[in-house]
Design a protein around this ligand. Structure first.
Ligand code: NAP
Length: 291
């Protein structure tokens, strides 16, 4: 990679950031496209977030990604939000849209990133019952994506803490005209799991290093009717996906969403498509080493 006086900068704002795969993803893509840009990860304490965003403006960064714990608190610090970022109240991507003065737009590319791997499966999913395990930030983006694209007949939030899921239902009420959203305690969700067509794991359960865990241990509840989508991307194939596939279900890995959300951000920063085959190869090499 060439770094010189014209190199444009992108950073990840989070706390912590050391675990992030975004620098590998974007630097591989910049290099493959011969774009003179570099991506770093900068730990930003919550008290310093406003200063960090002012720094992006002052130093004309091309943009940034935003991760925990700043995805919500960054919103009021930006000049504008896309409609989808506004709807879920969370930003994972910042794009500089003007130079004089620099303006910053917040977007949520987790939404298109989540949807992209489902595109070939739309016929099986449209107007079907669906279920999300978890009710945190990722569940919110997933629920909005499903409600606005696939019109689920029911969208059950199977939650360890139903109060958190109730909050999510309230936030997304304007995007749920047919009252598809419902909340269920996770330990009472067996019948909903058996009868839905799409199950999304939006919890960290099963993530490296605790790869022996699964958010739904009763694998007999899965069948060939199910599409099972795990947002966990390390490992690429989780216990949940392995067990679902063994019952004939269609597995979808969180690695596809990880690449999809990165590609949607890259396109906005550079105007160019991300070379996803290069990125996939880089990530695959990484996981073979860490898993
Ligand atoms: P978050 O805001 O912290 O929410 C986590 C959710 O998981 C909460 O609803 C939490 O329940 C629930 N949970 C945690 N441990 C659980 C357990 N043992 N049993 C049942 N539920 C449990 O996190 P997030 O940002 O939504 O991220 C969730 C996962 O998605 C993470 O693994 C993250 O890496 C992944 N993710 C992947 C992508 C991708 O591109 N593939 C993008 C975004 C996120 P409580 O409400 O009870 O705490």
């Amino acid at each position: 990679m060439r770094i010189d006086a014209e190199t444009q900068l992108v950073t990840l704002l989070g706390h912590p950031v050391e675990h992030s795969r975004s620098p590998q993803i974007h630097n591989a893509a910049f290099e493959a496209q011969a774009i003179n840009a570099a991506y770093v990860a900068t730990p930003v304490h919550p008290d310093a977030l406003a200063d960090a965003v002012a720094g992006l403006r002052a130093m004309h960064f091309l943009g940034a990604n935003v991760t925990l714990p700043h995805k919500q608190s960054v919103c009021p610090l930006l000049d504008e939000l896309t409609a989808r970022a506004k709807a879920v109240g969370a930003v994972n991507t910042i794009v500089r849209t003007g130079d004089d003065p620099p303006r910053l737009r917040g977007d949520n590319t987790d939404i298109p990133g989540f949807l992209e791997p489902l595109e070939p499966l739309h016929n099986r999913l449209r107007e079907q019952p669906m279920l999300i395990i978890g009710s945190g930030g990722a569940a919110r983006a997933v629920a909005y994506a499903l409600l606005t694209t696939l019109a689920p007949t029911t969208l059950t939030l199977a939650a360890r803490t139903p109060d958190h899921a109730d909050q999510l239902v309230k936030t997304l009420a304007p995007h749920d005209p047919s009252d598809a959203l419902r909340v269920m305690p996770l330990d009472e969700a067996q019948s909903a799991v058996q009868n839905c067509r799409l199950i999304v794991n939006a919890t960290p359960v099963g993530m490296h290093p605790k790869t022996e865990k699964t958010p739904w241990p009763a694998a007999d509840d899965f069948s060939a009717e199910h599409i099972v989508y795990d947002l966990v991307y390390n490992p690429e194939t989780t216990r949940l996906l392995r067990e679902a596939a063994a019952q004939g279900a269609t597995p979808v890995s969180g690695i596809d969403m990880l690449i999809g959300q990165a590609a949607a951000a890259f396109k906005q920063w550079t105007g160019r498509p991300m070379p996803t085959d290069v990125v996939r190869a880089v990530l695959h090499g990484d996981y073979t080493k860490s898993a």
